[in-house]
Design a protein around this ligand. Structure first.
Ligand SMILES: [Cu+2]
Length: 63
């Protein structure tokens, strides 16, 4: 389980963009979002770096 804190993730629209970015990096990952805490938990065999890069590219850099 990998967890990222994404300060830019503020609403449901952001949450779906974050999910889409992670799915693009790893189609079979499991994504769980806590909007209030602005965190996303990802279950994935992909590289943490790769997931972080996908998030940053989508406009949601990890803090
Ligand atoms: Cu938003």
């Amino acid at each position: 389980m990998i967890q990222f804190h994404l300060p830019a993730m503020t609403c449901g629209h952001c949450a779906s963009r974050v999910t889409a970015a992670l799915r693009a990096a790893d189609p079979v990952c499991t994504v769980s979002i806590d909007l209030a805490a602005r965190t996303v938990s990802v279950q994935s065999d992909a590289d943490v770096e790769e997931l972080a890069l996908a998030l940053a590219d989508a406009g949601y850099p990890a803090a």
